[in-house]
Write a protein that binds this ligand. Structure first.
Ligand SMILES: Cc1ncc(COP(=O)(O)O)c(C=O)c1O
Length: 478
């Protein structure tokens, strides 16, 4: 294992680790190991201090969508620095922010009328929660105080977004301080695990619809602010689209009781699924009342998120305060908006959504051939290969007879594969705990290359990924 990946769990963060090769750091890192340092990046490649060149198959965290160091984005950023790098949004607006908001609303085919900015996904989802409540506060429905979201969801890492989402092991340290009075949860839409053998897809959707309606009735239908879901679940179950008809059914319940239908497209939106909004291709075409976007909005060039606001909400607010009673110091930052605007223009001018769909289909084909061929070592354990556009998840399961031939010695397969791939020049993302409601089982690898990935790069991703899986399996045979 690479020295950079040696566990440093017990080391005090700013003390030189005793682990061989570990470097000193004053950052309180998020990982049990000390991550290597990147010093350069271009296109889909990142270069480390050691000189090692890595192919980024996950865009950091499904963020990098036009690759690194795109000349048009770099130019836009440099020009904006020379114009205006900061103004405060309570005093002054700025050109890139105005232009970006117009682009986001005008390109939505009428789905969105206004836009509010944030500095990332969690901030955008916090903004959504508050704006949804503000809407009912200003339109005279003060009794609406409840949100319904789903188990095995992720909506951010702040206290309110952790309350809104539900993943038992991730929220465990904070459960005692999370709000369980106003945030409630229903089942995930996870057919491969939870659709019953006797159920058709339509039966399963109907069961989930009935469960949501029952939750509305239990809480008092006119107390519900909204139902919130990731259009394609990302950071828990690992790239999980819902069954066909699911979002239509959920929206039907919201409409029946006057509640809002809210989508979190922080990870799956802004082109990631091969359409600008994930609901256009993976959400039954049902536009939400409010939507959060982030990662692909700035493409990694700047920290930015946004709340996209439908006509219903915009009209309600215009008839009342006419403003967003919420904000942050860096909201609508000129540099972030200039970078984001340039990223969105590159996606359009280089026709990258089409490339994302084409290369995504190629990636799916190669993954299935490499991992599910009857002779592939990974075949017995490859539970699912799913996704679309530039967002793919490979879920593994070892609850099968062949699983008895393996012993991971308490380590998690997905994380072993992630580490091995990194050592061999590929960045992927391992995800654990997404396969059961307790959050204790599950090994998924996420792939989310840039929308301008090339066919040879896709082939290289599958080659290193497949070899990493084979090597980890071979090293853990009993
Ligand atoms: C669906 C979803 N919502 C919210 C967030 C939080 O975004 P951020 O990490 O930018 O705060 C994430 C991050 O992965 C996400 O996947």
């Amino acid at each position: 294992m690479s020295p950079a990946l040696v566990s440093n769990t017990t080391a005090t963060p700013n003390v030189v680790s005793k682990a061989p090769g570990a470097r000193p750091t004053s950052i309180l890192h998020r990982t049990p190991w000390i991550p290597p340092v990147a010093v350069a990046a271009e296109g889909s490649y990142v270069v480390l201090e050691s000189g090692q060149k890595l192919l980024d198959a996950i865009g950091g965290a499904a963020v990098t969508c036009v690759g690194h160091a795109h000349p048009a984005v770099n130019k836009a950023l440099k020009e904006q620095i020379d114009r205006v790098s900061y103004v405060y949004n309570m005093q002054l607006s700025n050109q890139p922010a105005e232009e970006l908001a117009t682009l986001l609303t005008e390109s939505s085919n009428g789905a969105f009328e206004l836009c509010g900015f944030a500095s990332g996904g969690s901030e955008a989802m916090e903004g959504v929660i508050k704006l949804a409540r503000q809407y009912f506060h200003e339109t005279g429905q003060l009794q609406r105080t409840n949100f319904i979201a789903r188990q095995l969801s992720f909506h951010g890492n702040t206290v309110a977004t952790l309350s809104l989402a539900y993943h038992p092991t991730r929220r465990a340290p904070y459960a005692a301080i999370l709000d369980s009075d106003h945030f409630h949860h229903v089942s995930p839409a996870y057919a491969k695990r939870f659709q019953r053998p006797e159920e058709s897809e339509a039966d399963y959707v109907e069961r989930l619809r009935a469960e949501l309606e029952a939750k509305f009735i239990e809480l008092g239908p006119d107390t519900v602010i909204g139902f919130v879901a990731e259009t394609v679940v990302g950071a828990t179950t690992g790239v999980l689209p819902a069954p066909k008809g699911y979002f239509k059914a959920m929206k039907w319940v919201c409409d029946k009781y006057g509640a809002l239908f809210i989508l979190d497209e922080v990870m799956s939106g802004m082109g990631r699924m091969g359409t600008m909004h994930a609901w256009e291709s993976f959400g039954d075409g049902v536009a939400p009342d409010l939507q959060a976007v982030a990662k692909g909005l700035g493409g990694g060039y700047a920290s930015i998120g946004a709340v996209l606001i439908s006509k219903r909400i915009a009209t309600g607010l215009r008839g009342a305060s006419g403003l967003w009673k919420h904000g942050h110091t860096y909201q609508g930052n000129p540099l972030a908006c200039a970078a984001s605007l340039a990223v969105q223009k590159v996606i359009a001018s280089e026709n990258l959504l089409e490339n994302c769909r084409i290369q995504g289909a190629y990636l799916e084909k190669l993954l299935k051939a490499r991992l599910q061929d009857p002779n592939a070592p990974a075949a017995p354990f490859t539970f699912d290969i799913r996704g679309g556009g530039g967002f793919w998840g490979v879920e593994f399961d070892f609850d099968c007879p062949e699983g008895a031939t393996l012993d991971f010695k308490g380590e998690q397969f997905a994380m072993l594969v992630q580490a091995h791939a990194l050592e061999n020049g590929l960045i992927i993302m391992g995800m654990t705990g997404g396969a059961n409601l307790q959050g204790t089982k599950g090994d998924t690898i996420l792939l989310a290359p840039a929308y301008n990935i090339t066919a040879p790069e896709v082939e290289k991703i599958v080659e290193i990924f497949g070899n990493s899986i084979d090597t980890v399996l071979a090293a853990h045979r009993v």
